[in-house]
Write a protein that binds this ligand. Structure first.
Ligand code: PHE
Length: 344
């Protein structure tokens, strides 16, 4: 039948033309050409009316089959184009993991923070908890309850920034210990460390700063002895400076402890023989400590015939200076990045 040939030819032409298509627009145009209102199929259909009633259904069927064939060709090709577009997009947006990276300059913790955290970790490991308190303190907690009444000569050891007659910038973190003892109501045992900033009226130079950082420790319980203090000090010195270090306790004086000691660690540079670092003594002073004075325990509500305690206090800058061979305490505060970066 003549019409069949004609349709086969149309399908073949459509096939060939489809193969040349590259874009969705081209596909839509071509689809309009073959299947739209003015397409060859539409023209064929318009010939229908000239046919006999027997011919009409066969003719219509043949035209429709042809149209369907072409429509499914277009559908198939549309899918192909869409797939290609996705692949193209994936390719263009792909990340080349082999490209050299951009360097982000990461900050790091300040040496003071790192030293504080190191000491905190050590004490937390021994069952202590960390307590903080205000930097603006009362004369009562900073001095009086620590056995340092007004006019006591030992107040001169900590020349003070007063805000009013009764308030001041704390000169040590010992007032946090007073606060903790009061909170405990003179009954419960205590095992704390108190890190924080402290202030003294010093002229800033290589070894002095009007503001520095301390960690103090306080243990209060029944049956606490100076042997407990000594053992704690040895662990502290060896963990901070090295297992081979020794400690030495020298008698000293603090109003809040009795007896009081000054603690030395054996010199790491000469191993105790004597050198310039330890001023030929073999020892370097690191902190003050002692057994809590009964007067302090009693003032905080503890029965000193039942409870004893020990306390120790150290300057963090001093510990870091000794550990890292820093020659100027001011380096901690002026924030010269060249200094800070050395301790990344
Ligand atoms: N509070 C003392 C100071 O800052 C340090 C210290 C604490 C000494 C505990 C002995 C016991 O100087």
């Amino acid at each position: 039948m003549e019409i069949k040939k004609q349709i086969e030819e149309l399908v073949l032409n459509a096939k060939n033309e489809i193969l040349t298509i590259k874009t969705m627009n081209e596909l839509n145009d071509l689809k309009a050409k073959y299947l739209g209102k003015t397409s060859p199929f539409a023209q064929l259909m318009s010939q229908m009316k000239t046919l006999s009633n027997e011919e009409k259904p066969l003719f219509g069927q043949a035209v429709n089959e042809g149209k369907n064939q072409i429509a499914s060709l277009f559908d198939g090709f549309r899918l192909e184009l869409e797939q290609k577009a996705i692949e193209e997009k994936l390719k263009n947006e792909a990340v080349d993991v082999t490209l050299p990276g951009v360097n982000f300059s990461k900050g790091s913790k300040h040496l003071l923070s790192k030293t504080i955290e190191e000491i905190e970790d050590l004490f937390i490991g021994m069952g202590y908890s960390v307590k903080e308190g205000p930097e603006i303190e009362s004369d009562l907690y900073n001095f009086e309850m620590l056995n340092l009444p007004k006019g006591h000569p030992a107040r001169d050891m900590q020349d003070t920034f007063y805000i009013t007659e009764e308030t001041l910038l704390r000169t040590h973190t010992s007032p946090v210990q007073v606060r903790t003892m009061l909170e405990a109501g003179g009954k419960k045992p205590i095992k704390i460390i108190c890190p924080g900033k402290v202030y003294r009226r010093d002229d800033d130079d290589l070894t002095h700063s009007h503001q520095f950082t301390q960690i103090e420790a306080l243990v209060v319980d029944e049956d606490v002895t100076i042997a407990d203090l000594k053992g704690t000090l040895l662990v502290l010195a060896q963990k901070m400076f090295g297992e081979e270090r020794k400690i030495r306790l020298r008698p000293s004086y603090f109003p809040f402890t009795e007896p009081s000691v000054e603690v030395d660690v054996s010199c790491g540079q000469c191993g105790g023989k004597g050198c310039s670092m330890c001023k030929q003594t073999g020892w370097i002073e690191i902190l003050g400590a002692g057994m809590v004075n009964n007067a302090v325990l009693e003032a905080a509500g503890y029965d000193s015939t039942k409870y004893q305690g020990f306390a120790l206090g150290m300057g963090i800058e001093r510990i870091a200076i000794l550990k890292h061979g820093i020659d100027d305490i001011r380096a901690f505060y002026i924030n010269d990045l060249r200094f800070n970066r050395q301790f990344k």
